[in-house]
Design a binder for this molecule. Structure first.
Ligand SMILES: NC(=O)c1ccc[n+]([C@@H]2O[C@H](COP(=O)([O-])OP(=O)(O)OC[C@H]3O[C@@H](n4cnc5c(N)ncnc54)[C@H](OP(=O)(O)O)[C@@H]3O)[C@@H](O)[C@H]2O)c1
Length: 240
């Protein structure tokens, strides 16, 4: 089965390649191979390659920056997804798309079910929700949250860098989530693809933490394996 992975250099894109099952004949592309903001080029490539499945791990993921770059975020997170779905409708392929907890408003005190009401509160969340809207019943949507991976740009690596630079850190303690290893997410996606699953699924790792609790855990683990010389003082702060 021919599988095209987008976002090849990203956290999930890398994990999908490393965990790929033997039956998957993979082509992995990144922005240098095909810029998703160039819809005509994307469409031409998809129609010619006609993969059986697109695993779309590419995204505009700079959550805060998206507030001032919503058009660019929309081009990558929504318009490119729409082009992928349209191309697969022509060639007979399917799209496996990945989305985010930011499509919800974050006010729930229990985990969101896949059919929970969406209510995005940010530019990033809006563009990701629009991307979801392009999908057909035969496609697959997997939402996740708080993703980290050894090689990625993520909270874990940022914290380890800051812990080596500073003696004190301030970390938000009034937002909670489920930190999720990209490799586990990738395994779930491959398992869903093997089952030819359709519809919407949520995957995150077990447990819950605030960013502050996550930072404390990162400090302890990183110190234990010698990635930080000493555990800094980590002050809990509010989002405000
Ligand atoms: N990270 C999280 O905490 C998190 C949480 C919830 C959901 N998600 C979702 O999970 C999926 C994977 O996220 P991730 O953490 O693996 O993201 P990531 O590490 O930021 O990777 C995103 C990838 O998309 C590529 N990309 C960006 N703009 C592009 C463009 N114009 N054309 C082609 N490729 C482009 C990036 O390439 P460059 O690096 O070269 O720009 C990168 O390879 C995304 O759908 C994201 O919305 C992530």
């Amino acid at each position: 089965m021919r599988v095209l992975i987008t976002g090849a250099g990203g956290q999930l894109g890398g994990a999908l390649q490393r965990t790929a099952p033997g039956w998957a004949d993979i082509t992995a592309i990144d922005v240098d191979d095909c810029d998703l903001t160039d819809v005509p080029m994307l469409r031409a490539r998809l129609v010619v390659e006609a993969p059986d499945i697109i695993l779309n791990a590419a995204a505009y993921t700079a959550v805060d920056k998206a507030e001032s770059e919503e058009a660019l975020a929309r081009a990558i997170n929504a318009e490119a997804v729409s082009a992928m779905v349209a191309a697969m409708a022509e060639t007979g392929g399917r799209v496996v798309h990945v989305s985010t907890d930011y499509v919800f408003d974050g006010t729930a005190s229990a985990p969101y079910a896949p059919d929970a009401q969406r209510n995005p509160q940010s530019a990033y969340g809006r563009t990701k929700a629009e991307g979801e809207d392009s999908l057909r019943p035969e496609d697959l949507l997997v939402r996740t949250a708080w993703v980290y991976e050894a090689g990625g740009a993520n909270f874990v690596r940022t914290m380890i860098r800051l812990m080596n630079e500073r003696e004190e850190l301030r970390v938000v303690a009034d937002q909670v989530g489920a930190p999720t290893w990209a490799t586990g997410l990738a395994r779930t996606i491959w398992a869903l693809v093997e089952k030819r699953a359709t519809g919407t699924f949520h995957h995150c790792d077990d447990g819950v933490a605030s960013w502050h609790e996550f930072a404390m855990a990162i400090a302890e683990e990183a110190h234990a394996v010698g990635l930080v010389a000493r555990i800094p003082v980590i002050h809990p702060i509010t989002t405000a």
